[in-house]
Design a protein around this ligand. Structure first.
Ligand code: FAD
Length: 378
């Protein structure tokens, strides 16, 4: 399992989706690549388990085909809010393509197989304890390497070792997920807005859904908030839904932008390189895009290119995260906005198109000038 070489071109620390994607991208450019992770696959993680259409496309650009690999399609997003007693629903289909829901363990398995086929050397159960000029310290010995990629997640030690911890922004929420054995009741990924929390419901199989809770309160759990969402509770109880054997799993959802994502021969990808709030469902899309950009920069031998591209890639999801978190704090305004969009569904469709990169911010706001007025007058 643990196949640490004496030397390699690219050493990737962390074998989650970001590490595997970066390894595949580097391998495709002819580098000898080793990925090391302290865990053993398939690796699980608390996640909403939805891949947006732009993420499906980004995965495909690395040769990773998620469609047809057991993933459950969803054709758009539905917002539901009954926090003031009046139920409001608004939904829209994606302008192009479809989203896919799949269990994290299934995604990891697919990516491990792709990496192995691409010729990536995989060292599972290997803990990395430091990096230096010579290379990477893995299981107590140094592996010499030209490039080091930090893909060790939100609490990245590589980020600290490389002196890249300085942030331009950093805030946190907390997420917990569970799986229920019930057939998805909707063709949409649903976001249910409650008092200072959201529930995300993603179809992940023909008879399975993933329910994720996100809030600012680290002590809040699904059982505490379900009474706020009677529609969801009834479906989970009424249809005989059962927990499908996965424990409730939690993770920090960080909104973090780093001042820099590379230094010397070290580059960060995925959550190690900063992240957007989980409410966007864009974490996986971002890391696939990071991998493609990093592959190109490694080929050119110029990590500065990756730094610029990383900043560009993050702009749209950061903007969408800000917009949605603005609504998290402001229940009355959110309910007004949802009611306004329910009566003019093309606005929600436009917002979703902007979210998945099919409509520019400029075009969205130009088409929605009357929306602000409607918000004021509703
Ligand atoms: C509650 C929640 C819901 C989310 N929902 C969605 C969603 O629906 N859609 C979406 O696209 N994104 C979602 N995200 C974001 C997404 O989960 C992350 O962006 C993604 O998991 C990041 O992957 P990663 O590979 O960067 O990090 P991770 O998945 O955290 O992987 C890091 C890996 O590094 C390894 N590692 C760490 N330290 C070391 C070490 N010293 N030595 C060796 N190995 C090490 C770990 O074992 C781990 O395997 C959600 C996030 C949260 C918190």
């Amino acid at each position: 399992m643990n196949r640490l070489p004496r030397s390699t071109d690219v050493f990737v620390i962390g074998g989650g989706p970001a590490g595997l994607a970066a390894a595949i991208a580097a391998r495709q450019r002819g580098f000898a690549v080793t990925v090391a992770d302290c865990s053993i696959p398939p690796i699980d993680k608390a996640c909403g388990e939805g891949v947006m259409p732009d993420g499906v496309v980004a995965a495909r650009s690395l040769g990773i085909e998620l469609e047809g690999a057991g993933a459950q399609p969803f054709r758009g997003i539905r917002f539901c809010d009954r926090s003031a007693g009046i139920p409001t629903h608004v939904e829209a289909a994606f302008p192009k393509g479809q989203g896919l829901g799949l269990r994290r363990t299934a995604l990891h398995q697919i990516m491990v197989e792709h990496a192995a086929e691409a010729g990536v050397n995989l060292a599972w159960g290997a803990r990395i304890t430091g990096i230096g000029e010579e290379g990477v310290v893995a299981d107590g010995r140094t592996v010499r390497t030209r490039w080091i990629v930090g893909a060790d997640g939100s609490h990245s030690a590589v980020r600290r070792w490389a002196g890249l911890d300085a942030c331009e922004r950093d805030s946190r929420r907390f997420g917990f997920r569970r799986h229920y054995g019930v057939a998805p009741w909707s063709e949409f990924m649903e976001i249910h807005w409650g008092e200072a929390c959201q529930l995300y419901i993603t179809p992940v199989g023909p008879r399975e859904i993933c329910v994720a809770l996100i809030s600012r309160n680290p002590h809040l759990r699904l059982d505490d908030v379900l009474p706020q969402f009677p529609e969801v509770s009834q479906r989970l109880a009424g249809s005989g839904a059962s927990l499908t054997g996965t424990p409730e799993r939690g993770a920090v959802s960080a909104s973090r932008r780093l001042k820099a994502v590379c230094r010397g021969n070290v580059a960060l990808v995925g959550d190690a390189s900063g992240s957007v709030d989980a409410i966007t469902g864009e974490g996986l899309c971002l890391l696939f895009q990071h991998a493609v950009a990093l592959g190109g920069a490694l080929e050119d031998g110029e990590l500065g290119l990756y730094q610029a591209e990383h900043r560009r890639i993050g702009r749209r999801p950061e903007f969408m995260a800000d917009l949605m978190l603005f609504l998290d704090h402001r229940g009355r305004l959110r309910r007004r906005a949802l009611r306004a969009m329910a009566s003019r569904p093309h606005l929600f469709a436009g917002m979703l198109a902007m979210h998945v990169g099919e409509l520019s911010r400029f075009d969205f706001f130009r088409n929605s000038l009357s929306f602000g007025w409607r918000l004021v007058t509703l």
